[in-house]
Design a protein around this ligand. Structure first.
Ligand code: NOJ
Length: 729
């Protein structure tokens, strides 16, 4: 359709039809069973008949068959024959499930995020999905929050690169092309910072913090072309994000020039009343429309009050027309007016879902996302053969429920045991199941306590793999937790196993950093598996047996204890930092009963190889400023190292973080090999937002290159704006 045709169509619509176009309902509201669980209220929407024929979009319908039926029925009834837009949460894969985003962040490979998103778009588009509610660009620093799993982590740069890559993966270069879905970046803004880590809770940040830490990843997703934005449930500066003119109209539309549709989160328009930010549905609709929301998800205040709002002069019909135009433009760009079913096809579902190619990608990405946290030489397992066996136990030893939150319902992944059997003869593995772990909601988040006879069953095993963690349902939306330790009986299992003289390899399944300091001393090796997806067992078996050398690096810090949270590497320096050389042990910024540092910091991760850093050099020529380092693989095992480049602005008009990741590079090194890795220092890297404006200030900077955020080579350098004559911000 041309713009003129779309404008003409809009002018032929009644206000009721426009309100319906701006409303999103679930299949259940169209008389269908919901394939995926609803994450909020679904009744009481009271959509009157004059609206129901003209609804604009559908939430979380997950199969070609349902989509085709709903779309057909809709087109028969809609007076204007405007196709429905089908949107869904395709967060880390659709049928082929990839590791959770927090894990993909650990691969430090934007290409992995792109490829996972591209495959997710292929698989979901053939099931009739046009828009995916991903990526979640919320920066996260609090592992008590269940949704840390859905973020790429605690760092603005890593988060930005991953989100931009994911958007490109979903969308490709043309939305109407086969197997492409539009990307809806969420949740605008700062949903990742709820007080106390409690779901939906208040977010309170300074503007400088919002601009410097939280906005970059959303902005990167928009710059990569994300076509939609979702608001957030939380308040920012005491205004619910869904009613925030500052966030939507000012920051998103005016500053970032975003002109696509903005959708509320699930019932977040209605929730303005609960927040105490609107007296009733009329006011809730008014405030969110004024703020710039175009589509109301799973509440019906637009339908109920739009006419009255226009009649009372609160909202102009031009505002409504602009919102409808944005929605219809997206439908048009997806080619829905010509082909309302787009890629939906049962035959395509059969050939594309879980294809060999897709599973292979999932396996590779899972391998690259796991992080080796500890290894005293027990990994990779060296297996001397009969009569010795490798022990395997723990609630995740043979469990297929290892996909994590947002993994489309009842799908399963390859269990660890099955994967190991592909690499070690089955008869050489002593699998002893110790029971499943329940979820907190079910009220039984622990395994039964193993008795003495249980340990005796491992008598012919020198090494025992314990696959422990948290229930996948305890992660994702509504998955906040105040305690992050492993359940008591899992901790006992690890301790007892170690006390009984076994070498213990802990494989940790979780959607967040857990508090593992209490059991770390009893483990000879710890591999953080996260929730690795469909190919879980196969990928982990490759790492455990050394077929693949671990290369993941943490995208989020592991707290030493919950009491440290939030603990993140790019914190601000206090006026009384704790220094190694300081003799004052009291009047400094420290805990009396625990270290300031996390147990494992951002960027941390081991390999079966060992890498050595030397020779940090800064080169300052007339046309560029570069920092380089020599990285040597001092082992005889080929491996991959993620070289990390950090900067600290030593004196500025705003206090700047103790370190900020500015670039990274993955290098493959054979045993004994050395490579020089260089980073170009740009003006952009040294700049920051102050009062909403990006500025550069001359001064001293600390240049740091190293293997993680805590272990770097450092050099101080005075840098002036003159240096970057040609670069504009
Ligand atoms: C609520 C979640 O916050 C959001 O991320 C999701 O996209 C919607 N529900 C739809 O399922």
């Amino acid at each position: 359709m041309t713009q003129d045709q779309i404008m003409k169509l809009i002018s032929s619509m009644t206000l009721e039809e426009k309100a319906a176009q701006m409303t999103q309902l679930a299949p259940v509201n169209f008389g269908f069973n919901c394939v995926t669980p609803l994450t909020g209220p679904d009744s009481g929407l009271r959509i009157r008949p004059e609206f129901s024929a003209s609804i604009g979009s559908v939430l979380n319908c997950g199969s070609a068959e349902d989509m085709i039926r709903i779309q057909k029925e809709h087109l028969e009834n809609d007076p204007h024959k405007i196709p429905l837009l089908f949107m869904a949460d395709v967060v880390h894969g659709f049928k082929t499930v990839f590791p959770i985003p927090l894990a993909v962040g650990c691969s430090f490979s934007p290409e992995n995020a792109r490829e996972a998103a591209q495959i997710a778009a292929e698989e979901s588009s053939v099931s009739g999905i046009h828009v995916t509610f991903a990526p979640m660009a919320d920066l996260v620093r609090d592992p008590r929050w269940g949704r840390v799993m859905e973020s790429f982590g605690e760092d603005p740069l890593l988060n930005s690169r991953m989100c931009a890559a994911a958007v490109k993966g979903y969308q490709g270069s043309k939305l109407s092309s086969p197997y492409r879905t539009a990307s809806c970046v969420k949740h605008f803004a700062a949903y990742g910072s709820p007080e106390g880590g409690r779901e939906y809770n208040t977010v309170d940040l300074s503007d400088n913090e919002l601009y410097n830490s939280y906005l970059p990843a959303y902005t990167a997703a928009l710059e990569a072309g994300a076509r939609m934005v979702m608001t957030a449930f939380n308040t920012v500066d005491l205004i619910p994000a869904t009613a925030s003119e500052k966030l939507i109209n000012d920051i998103l539309r005016k500053e970032r020039h975003f002109n696509g549709p903005v959708i509320s989160d699930y019932n977040s328009v209605g929730e303005l009343i609960e927040h105490g930010a609107a007296e009733n549905g009329y006011e809730a609709a008014c405030k969110s429309l004024k703020a710039g929301v175009d589509i109301e998800m799973m509440s019906s205040h637009f339908c109920a009050h739009l006419r009255e709002l226009v009649n009372n002069g609160q909202i102009t019909e031009q505002m409504i027309d602009k919102a409808v135009l944005r929605i219809l433009n997206l439908k048009n760009e997806l080619g829905l007016f010509e082909n309302p079913f787009k890629d939906a096809s049962r035959e395509a579902e059969a050939s594309i879902h879980l294809s060999e190619k897709n599973r292979e990608a999932a396996r590779r990405i899972a391998r690259e996302s796991a992080v080796l946290l500890k290894n005293n030489g027990v990994l990779p397992v060296s297996f001397s053969g009969a009569p010795e066996k490798i022990g395997l136990t723990g609630p995740f030893a043979s469990s297929p429920y290892i996909l994590g939150g947002w993994s489309a319902g009842n799908q399963t992944g390859i269990p660890l045991y099955e994967g190991l059997c592909g690499r070690i003869p089955r008869e050489c593995i002593r699998l002893e199941d110790c029971g499943q772990i329940g979820s907190c909601l079910e009220g039984n988040p622990d395994i039964p306590a193993p008795d003495a006879s249980f340990y005796a069953r491992f008598k012919d095993c020198g090494t025992v793999i314990v696959a422990a963690g948290e229930h996948q349902e305890d992660t994702g939306e509504g998955g906040s937790k105040a305690f992050l330790r492993l359940s008591p009986n899992q901790e006992k299992l690890i301790q007892q196993m170690s006390h009984s003289g076994k070498r213990v390899i802990l494989i940790l399944f979780s959607g967040r950093p857990l508090e593992i300091a209490p059991i770390e001393p009893y483990c000879d090796a710890i591999l953080q598996a996260w929730f690795p997806g469909t190919e879980s067992g196969n990928a982990l078996a490759e790492l455990i047996t050394g077929a693949y050398n671990p290369s993941g690096r943490l995208s989020i810090s592991f707290p030493y204890t919950v009491g440290q949270i939030p603990v993140y590497y790019n914190h601000y320096q206090t006026g009384r930092p704790k220094r190694q050389e300081s003799t004052d042990t009291r009047y400094v910024s420290r805990y009396l009963d625990c270290p300031n540092e996390p147990l494992y910091c951002f960027g941390y991760g081991l390999s079966y190889s060992e890498f050595h850093y030397s020779n940090l050099q800064i080169r300052n020529s007339s046309h560029s400023l570069t920092a380089s380092v020599t990285v040597t693989n001092v082992s005889d095992i080929t491996g991959c190292e993620t070289v990390q480049f950090y900067i600290r602005d030593l004196s500025a008009s705003l206090v700047r973080p103790a370190a900020e990741l500015k670039d990274f590079s993955k290098v493959h090194l054979t045993g004994g090999e050395s490579k020089t890795v260089s980073f170009t220092i740009t003006k952009e890297m040294l700049s920051f937002y102050k009062d909403g404006r990006k500025i550069f200030e001359d001064g001293y900077f600390l240049i740091m290159i190293g293997k993680n955020s805590a272990v770097t080579l450092k050099q101080k350098l005075y840098i002036t704006e003159q240096q970057f004559k040609k670069e504009t911000l």
